[in-house]
Design a protein around this ligand. Structure first.
Ligand code: FAD
Length: 284
């Protein structure tokens, strides 16, 4: 996958930093990775609007740098009025791409009085109903299934509903098992869902935080990877080097077998993503 191969699209995800130091780090990360000429940078959004001001600040800065930006929007606990004002704000900024999600309310937070949206397909339908074709809409996909999914086949049908509601493409939860992705894409095709499903790629830089996060979002770290990462202990260099080998091999296999591109979860750090891009020939 090279910059010349314009049939493959790659993109980078950021989270909205809260501190001055974090803002500086994010800006450095964007400045470095933007040299690789990605299709866009996406910016996450806390469910219930919990990161609204910091997401806006990150999006405003990206737009001021004339960088193609895809804000995430989550609908759980949001009213239609709140979604309308987000959409109008983004239209006013010349944004044409969104990542539309249900989101998760923080544990213990109730829905309160607001039940305008239950699932992401309703948000996608609402964006289409109110703004037509203005936005290119990405939705989330789960090759290893959503952690709350009681039935894997239903989970795929619910994913298909988001596409029927008007999603143009999908980004997956991260995984370290390419076969889960290929099987998921096959199952979608069997339901005539043919939109691009872009693998979400999480670089491996730290074992304990990755293990914790993976447990909560339902991403599996295969035993052979987990055991090696555990054995490295505090040896960060070995973790990063092994992680880069494993993840770049998987990316190569994904691309060679038809993945339409890659979406990197940068965690606002350029280093590990840059190494993967270098190995994959993404040079800008
Ligand atoms: P949905 O597609 O609505 O699915 C959620 C669950 O409901 C699934 O188990 C599904 O099977 C089930 N379901 C769907 N429709 C129905 C139905 N009609 N009846 C019964 N069950 C149904 N979270 C954030 O808060 N902010 C972010 O910025 C963010 N960005 C993300 C980006 C990506 C690429 C990914 C993969 C995830 C992101 N998340 C984010 C996490 C996401 O919000 C959570 O995984 C959330 O739990 C589900 O969101 P969803 O849009 O996939 O929901």
């Amino acid at each position: 996958m090279t910059a010349q191969d314009n049939t493959k699209q790659f993109s980078f995800e950021l989270f909205p930093p809260k501190t001055e130091k974090g803002i500086e780090k994010m800006r450095q990360t964007v400045t470095q990775l933007n040299l690789l000429k990605p299709a866009y940078f996406s910016v996450t959004y806390g469910a219930g609007g919990s990161t609204q001001s910091t997401t806006f600040a990150a999006v405003d800065w990206l737009r001021s740098e004339e960088i193609e930006t895809a804000p995430h929007i989550s609908c759980i606990g949001a009213s239609k009025d709140e979604i309308d004002s987000l959409l109008q704000r983004y239209i006013g900024q010349g944004i044409t791409r969104l990542v539309a999600l249900r989101g998760d309310l923080p544990s213990g937070a109730g829905l309160g009085e607001i039940h305008d949206f239950s699932h992401a397909d309703e948000l996608v339908a609402y964006i289409r109903e109110t703004t037509g074709d203005h936005f290119h809409i990405e939705v989330a996909a789960y090759p290893e299934f959503h952690p709350q999914a009681t039935d894997p086949f239903k989970d795929i049908e619910y994913f298909a509903n988001k596409v029927s509601a008007g999603a143009n493409a999908a980004i997956t939860q991260y995984f370290y098992n390419a076969d889960a992705y290929f099987r998921f894409v096959d199952a979608c095709e069997a339901l005539n869902v043919t939109v691009p499903i872009v693998p979400g790629i999480m670089p491996i830089t730290n074992y304990s935080s990755l293990a914790r996060f993976s447990d909560s979002c339902g991403a599996e770290i295969p035993r052979w990877i987990r055991r090696r990462l555990e054995a490295f202990g505090d040896d960060t260099n070995s973790i990063r080097s092994f992680g880069a080998d494993v993840v770049s091999d998987m990316c190569e296999r994904l691309i060679a077998n038809g993945a339409p591109g890659l979406h990197f979860y940068t965690m606002n750090q350029a280093g590990a993503t840059q190494i993967l891009c270098d190995r994959l020939g993404i040079t800008g």
